[in-house]
Write a protein that binds this ligand. Structure first.
Ligand code: ZN
Ligand code: ZN
Length: 291
């Protein structure tokens, strides 16, 4: 019975794992499609603004910006998934086992400082930050750049989409702050199921809501990781007030984003080699708390 239950659990777990990435992809493409529609068909939405129809150049510029951000999100996400931050295939060395090294009983090997075991990825990860549930992979030494760039373009894309959707909020609220318009913005699903609104009104309200909520969530996450990068810390190290690996602002940027840190976030194809090896780290502060 127990083995049957564990088999069911393994199957359910296997089925559910790709769901966050499928849902995220669906939302990212839906938002892009909706904003493209707003630019091409509805902009500007207001009747009294119809005299100032957007020029073809202005529309093309908006579309270019949107698809530049979408391309960067997808490309960074793909490279993030393809770049394993684990110790698999990495020669960890034999002489270096000094301060900060540990033994992992699951991987049966000595592991360097800032490396820790992930029970989801079932492997030790170099300079492990955290296990990202949306991608189903750990954020670590080699793929941090793609993770942060993806987060940056998601943040800027959602900011742009929220500003573009401000028109949708204005149009919905223009009919007056009625119970109908408030419910459409708060619970669009229920309004659709109960037949109170059309599918089109639901789609606009749902995507506008998603943009605002997504922007707030991604903002919190993105700025937290920016602070971590500036401080030269991982999420695990954040809980400690010590910063033993802090190399100063420029040094931290170089060791996180690579030697071309000032340029590489623009496109994932710009080569930006990391100065370290993910095994040896320059210690600039106290590793253990003083008593
Ligand atoms: Zn391990
Ligand atoms: Zn992991």
């Amino acid at each position: 019975m127990t083995s049957f239950a564990s088999q069911v659990f393994v199957r359910v777990d296997k089925f559910c794992r790709p769901l966050p990435i499928v849902l995220n992809t669906f939302l990212v493409f839906s938002i892009t499609a909706e904003v493209s529609y707003l630019v091409l068909v509805e902009a500007p939405l207001e009747a009294d603004q119809k005299k100032t129809v957007w020029s073809a150049f202005w529309k093309a510029f908006h579309l270019l910006v949107q698809y530049f951000m979408l391309g960067n999100i997808c490309w960074n996400a793909l490279l993030f998934l393809r770049t394993s931050p684990s110790i698999k295939g990495v020669f960890l060395g034999v002489e270096g086992m000094g301060q900060g090294w540990r033994y992992c009983y699951t991987c049966e090997t000595h592991t360097p400082p800032r490396c820790s075991h992930c029970y989801d990825c079932k492997v030790c990860v170099l300079r492990r930050d955290h296990h990202c549930v949306f991608f189903g992979q750990c954020v670590g030494f080699r793929n941090y750049r793609y993770f942060l760039s993806c987060l940056f373009f998601m943040w800027s894309g959602l900011l742009y989409a929220t500003l573009m959707n401000a028109e949708v909020f204005i149009v919905i609220l223009k009919e007056g702050v009625t119970m109908h318009s408030i419910l459409l913005l708060i619970i669009p699903w229920i309004m659709l199921v109960s037949g109170q609104v059309t599918a089109q009104a639901f789609a606009f309200a749902f995507i506008a809501d998603t943009c605002v909520v997504g922007f707030l969530l991604v903002s919190a996450f993105f700025f937290f990781h920016l602070v971590l990068m500036f401080r030269g810390q991982t999420t695990r190290e954040w809980y400690s007030t010590r910063r033993p690996y802090n190399l100063g602002l420029r040094g931290n940027l170089r060791h996180t984003l690579g030697l071309r840190w000032y340029l590489c976030w623009l496109c994932p194809l710009i080569p930006s080699p990391l100065p370290g090896d993910g095994i040896n780290f320059q210690v600039t502060g106290l590793l253990e708390p003083t008593r």
